[in-house]
Design a protein. Structure first.
Length: 456
């Protein structure tokens, strides 16, 4: 598509159009990549300390605008104000953390006969980052911050529904002194701007977060060009509760493990697996915890869960919860907005769609298991393998089950999945590659080997 088009940004809590932004076409992508390639050459040639200093300055400017960015995220994504402040702060922290790696991005000296052998880590060039709508700010930074720190330029395509915070971050980057063209944001449709970015020969790597279906398409397009790719895709994470666990802590913490961000989280613990001997007690404790979750105006400080992102997403979630299914339900506002109540389904078969498919909404299922082997079998009975939780007081069991569950990120007696200090990524159809952590910068480099002969 070469004709101009526009993207309406809708407030999910009110259904009001709050902004309209121009959508990028193929020519816009091409021009952005050309600008990025020019800026990248100078950026890579700059002294590491200078690059690090500018990234820290960028982090400082973001810090000065935390509240502005958070309020913008509330309006465009429907996130609670508390979550939105964390997201903006995460961008700041990622930039700081990545800046610390610039001067530590070292190669190796390898012992060889007849000379000296060294490896050099060189930037790839222009990186295309395609960010999702569920966590627009932090996930954009997961790819952009380490890519910039490693000496690359970034062209970021935000999700069609949530471009505003990304556009503001690009403005703040320039305010901080980053060179023109180094970090560009191109709002646009996935099948137009996203497709052009993936296909562009001047883009060395694509970082994509989104659905497994689209991730497979991007991987196929990248394969045709032998283009590097990192994919963070879907999830259907288990929350395994053994009888020896602190049942009260496990039950009262379970709701926000799948209701945070209205369940629009690939790490959401939507498959609650409870040992049969404590199953009834767990449900007794879970019900009031779910029913007490405050759903409402995301700008209100007391709100714990806001709306879904769109009407399309609301209809998708509804399709998994036909009327009359037994379970636990909270409350949600009526009227304008894309609202769905917190929901726990308690009498589903283990292979029911809501039990194995990614709903991406505030819906979980509770399934009983008999023993450790049964728990692992149920936990792995899905095509995904992104995250999960294990609740037990037995350290040996925690280690055994952690080793047996096919997932990239597990927490024991906790629901934490993401820390910018540690690697993040999935098994199976949850993705390819790892983001974050101490090795994040190397994912945006090429290893060059140089041998220097010392033979006379």
């Amino acid at each position: 598509m070469s004709q101009p088009y526009a993207l309406d940004v809708v407030n999910p809590a009110t259904e009001e159009v709050i902004a309209t932004v121009p959508g990028a076409v193929e020519a816009d992508v091409d021009a952005a990549v050309v600008r990025a390639a020019h800026a990248q050459r100078a950026w890579a040639a700059a002294a590491p300390a200078d690059r690090a200093r500018l990234l820290r300055r960028f982090a400082g400017v973001v810090d000065d605008h935390i509240e502005e960015l958070a309020r913008l995220e509330v309006r465009e994504a429907g996130h609670t104000i508390g979550n939105a402040r964390w997201e903006a702060g995460n961008v700041r922290d990622l930039l700081d953390y990545a800046a610390g790696g610039v001067e530590r991005l070292t190669g190796r000296q390898i012992p060889v006969p007849g000379g000296l052998d060294i490896t050099i880590l060189e930037p790839l060039g222009v990186i295309g980052v395609i960010a999702p709508w569920n966590f627009p700010m932090p996930i954009a930074a997961w790819g952009s911050a380490p890519a910039l720190a490693a000496g690359n330029a970034v062209v970021l395509k935000p999700a069609e529904t949530t471009p505003l915070t990304a556009l503001r971050l690009a403005e703040l980057a320039l305010e901080a002194g980053l060179p023109e063209g180094l970090f560009q944001v191109l709002p646009g449709r996935g099948d137009i701007a996203g497709d052009a970015l993936v296909r562009h020969d001047g883009v060395a790597k694509i970082v994509f977060t989104g659905s497994t279906r689209i991730g497979k398409q991007i991987m196929s397009l990248c394969a045709d060009r032998v283009k590097r790719v990192t994919l963070e895709l879907g999830g259907k994470s288990p929350n395994i509760v053994f009888a020896d666990a602190d049942i009260e802590a496990a039950a009262t913490s379970a709701p926000m493990s799948f209701l945070d961000n209205s369940g629009q989280d690939c790490c959401a613990r939507t498959r609650i697996l409870v040992q049969r001997s404590v199953y009834d007690r767990f449900l007794e404790l879970l019900a009031p915890a779910v029913e007490s979750v405050v759903v409402g105006d995301p700008s209100d400080e007391s709100t714990q869960m806001g709306p879904l992102i769109s009407k399309t997403q609301l209809e998708r979630v509804r399709s998994y919860v036909p009327d009359g299914l037994p379970g636990i339900r909270g409350t949600a506002p009526t009227g304008p907005g894309f609202w769905f109540p917190p929901t726990v389904l308690t009498e589903l078969a283990p292979d029911a769609p809501a039990a194995v498919e990614e709903v991406f909404g505030p819906v979980a299922v509770v399934l009983p298991f008999d023993d450790e082997d049964d728990a692992v079998r149920l936990a792995n009975a899905t095509e995904y393998g992104l995250s999960g939780s294990i609740w037990t007081r037995d350290v040996g069991r925690a280690l055994r089950v952690s080793g047996a569950v096919a997932a990239g990120n597990l927490s024991v007696n906790s629901h934490s999945s993401v820390r910018y200090w540690t690697p993040f990524g999935g098994y199976k159809q949850s993705g390819l590659g790892r983001e974050l952590g101490p090795d994040a910068l190397t994912a945006f480099t090429e290893t060059k080997n140089v041998f220097l002969s010392t033979e006379a």
